[in-house]
Unconditional design. Structure first.
Ligand code: NAP
Ligand code: SF4
Length: 673
């Protein structure tokens, strides 16, 4: 029997019967507006269809110029605009899949001068004040949706998803927060729901019943002035009545102060919200957000919260997620760790998306899986993620690979990261790459340090040196005090922190250490109920209750850095705010512009830019001052022994090292040898 029987039960949505319940949810790739990138997008979606996902939804395209997200022309304003995208639909069809084009009008979220909205109210996450739409322009916008939908279907798409959630134009019409109109489009609920109802009805009329019409409806706004549960249900019923075949669901406006997709959110942590809306309609409902594993998807459907599941980042991480789940090959799935580092952080900094754990994503053509022309004996020195990625990629291409890891386990820095609250997912990546090593026949030697002489004796022809980093040490009076500890020893559990803690360094690891201490008592990352309580979400009413309350913690924490200015600027664009909010709630004190003058029995002494001195009283001083490369083997010595050498990850360059670069470098090395 299939390991996930509910997930792999066929379902009929609109005109189509699909073999399983997995939908690839819409996600911005950052390439929507680039005509030259159409084949890249086509290869990306086709790979997902080939990997067993029966229904794919594109990134969002505006139904007109005003509705585009960025200055790029990612909108369908004419038949030609749609025909350019035909290779995408054709590529998915060639793999036996179906594909919908998503129409997303950004409204006041548009990052350009021409943004429009029901009312001229600036969003807190955008600099531009939108222009208020006239009644005639609203009518025209509805027609633009219908025309764009018809053009997309002419270009071969199997239907349309209308984006009606997450704070975009349709949300802006629905919610009193952003709709202050006094005409037929604003005021009471009947007027506010008119715009999406007419959009759906007109699109339905234009594309006919042979095409699929999906509407992405809000099930939780998470902002003041958002919809009530009764209104959420009424919107869903209205969209069914207007002609939608299936309802996808969206959680939280982009300006919400509650995490909705980051690592802080437990797996499937918002499926309950779809379940609250579901009784209002008879058409199928799709749950979304943080569904990254087949067992999570199965549980959601089994619980009756939804009929199908939407996976977006999970399919960026593994194009064959569905096919592997169908075979019960859970260990073979590369799980999305919800880091956002290479997908949403890229998009919101105007770079094309890819994936930290799967650098091939959206660059499929750059990493062809071609066998090596000449088979070599390759040593990989270091079993962190960079080394594992290099070893797996090289062995899968036919090389004979041995991986040497001085520690007793694989995983390197990820073994520390997985101890941070909310970063448990990092354990998945270690397990996945270890499984790839096993399947590719890599000889893994744990607890063994490689030497040049040893590699020469064993006739290795090339060494990939992935020996990682060494934490930077402090060079100030008192740095050898026993109260000074490295983040490595703290996170590895070799030392315990006392109640008063000073953290030296305000980078990603300084934040991680502060979170590790501050949230030790919290279970909000593991359990949907605890998460909702922690972030002030009233589950019974699908509303936002009190938020931002203080978080109890056992530690009095001070974070310090030498440079002036705010903390957290180097954190991820879409995740940093969560960490900052958490530490503020835990009462962490932030001290910038600090010169460290010494450590003694009282604590850490600093001098500020204005010359004043202060002692930060602390019994534990955790050093998170960055890293130095750790090059286990020198390239000159390897060359003298006739062994080629490639440095990857931290061993290559420790400054601004992150897992994204480490894995990509490892994979590129393994793919090019
Ligand atoms: P980092 O981001 O480079 O931060 C190092 C910190 O140490 C800085 O705040 C720096 O601030 C301070 N520092 C540097 N040299 C120092 C010295 N000699 N003495 C005292 N302080 C010194 O490095 P990291 O925190 O170790 O993180 C490593 C990498 O992992 C980074 O790329 C980071 O982005 C990534 N990472 C990201 C996350 C995340 O986004 N959540 C989490 C973990 C790791 P001053 O120079 O101002 O003192
Ligand atoms: Fe998931 Fe991170 Fe990959 Fe984005 S970059 S798809 S969040 S693993």
């Amino acid at each position: 029997m299939n390991a996930y029987p509910k997930l792999f039960t066929p379902i009929t949505v609109g005109p189509f019967t699909l073999p399983n319940r997995i939908v690839m949810g819409s996600m911005h790739t950052g390439l929507e507006g680039e005509r030259a990138a159409v084949h890249r997008i086509a290869a990306f979606y086709a790979a997902r269809a080939r990997g067993g996902t029966p229904l794919v939804i594109t990134g969002g395209y505006g139904p007109n110029r005003a509705g585009r997200m960025t200055p790029h022309p990612a909108y369908i304003g004419s038949r030609d605009d749609a025909l350019v995208l035909k290779p995408i639909a054709d590529a998915v069809h060639a793999e036996g899949g179906r594909i919908l084009l998503q129409l997303l009008h950004s409204g006041r979220y548009g990052y350009h001068d021409g943004s429009v909205a029901p009312s001229p109210l600036k969003s807190p996450i955008n600099k531009t004040v939108p222009r208020e739409l006239t009644g005639a322009e609203i009518r025209q916008t509805i027609e633009d949706y219908a025309a764009a939908a018809a053009f997309a279907c002419e270009a071969g798409f199997d239907g349309i998803e209308i984006m009606g959630s997450e704070g975009y134009l349709i949300s802006q019409f629905l919610a009193p927060r952003t709709n202050k109109r006094s005409d037929e489009w604003g005021g009471d609920f009947a007027n506010r729901v008119r715009f999406p109802s007419e959009v759906v009805a007109r699109v339905r009329a234009r594309i006919g019943r042979e095409r699929l019409l999906m509407y992405r409806t809000t099930v939780l706004d998470l902002v003041e002035g958002g919809l009530t549960l009764d209104e959420i249900r009424a919107v869903a019923a209205a969209m069914e009545a207007a002609g939608a075949d299936v309802l996808n669901t969206g959680i939280g406006w982009h300006e919400a102060q509650v995490p909705t997709i980051t690592q802080a959110v437990p797996r499937g942590g918002f499926a309950w919200a779809a379940g609250l809306m579901k009784p209002a309609v008879r058409i199928p409902v799709i749950a979304s957000n943080r569904i990254n594993a087949p067992e999570t998807a199965e549980a959601i459907i089994a619980a009756g919260d939804a009929d199908m599941v939407s996976l977006a980042r999970a399919l960026l991480a593994d194009e064959a997620f569905a096919a592997k789940a169908a075979k019960g090959d859970r260990a073979g799935i590369n799980i999305c760790i919800a880091c956002n580092q290479a997908c949403l952080d890229h998009y919101f900094t105007f770079k094309p998306a890819t994936c930290l754990v799967n650098p091939r994503a959206l660059r499929e053509e750059e990493f062809p899986a071609t066998p090596a022309a000449t088979k070599k004996r390759i040593a990989v020195v270091g079993g962190g993620l960079a080394g594992m990625a290099a070893a797996a990629s090289a062995a899968e291409r036919g090389h004979a690979v041995t991986l040497f890891e001085a520690a007793g386990e694989l995983g390197g820095q990820f073994n520390l990261a997985k101890r941070i609250p909310g970063k448990q997912e990092f354990a998945e990546s270690v397990a996945y790459f270890a499984e790839r090593l096993r399947r590719a026949g890599v000889a893994v030697k744990l607890g063994e340090k490689a030497s040049v002489a040893g590699l020469a004796t064993e006739r290795f022809q090339h060494a990939v040196v992935a020996s990682g980093i060494a934490p930077r040490k402090l060079d100030i009076p008192g740095a050898d005090d026993p109260r000074v500890v490295s983040y490595v020893d703290l996170l590895a559990g070799r030392v315990e922190a006392s109640a008063r803690v000073a953290i030296i360094g305000g980078g990603g690891i300084g934040f991680d250490v502060a979170l590790y201490l501050a949230e030790r008592r919290s279970r909000s990352h593991l359990d949907a109920e605890a998460f909702a309580a922690h972030w002030g979400v009233d589950r019974a009413n699908a509303a936002l209750a009190k938020n931002g309350h203080a978080m109890p913690t056992d530690y009095k924490i001070t974070m310090l850095k030498r440079s002036p200015g705010p903390f957290g600027r180097t954190l991820g664009k879409t995740t940093g705010w969560v960490h900052r909010a958490e530490l503020a709630r835990a009462g962490v004190r932030f001290v910038d512009g600090a010169a460290y003058t010494g450590i003694d029995a009282r604590g850490l002494h600093i001098r500020r830019a204005d010359g004043s001195a202060e002692c930060i009283e602390a019994d534990t001083i955790v050093v998170c001052a960055g890293q130095e490369p750790l090059r286990a083997l020198a390239s000159e010595a390897l060359a003298a022994a006739g062994i080629g050498c490639t440095y990857v990850g931290g061993a290559n360059f420790a400054t601004e090292l992150d897992a994204k670069r480490a894995i990509e470098e490892g994979m590129r090395a393994g793919s090019s040898l």
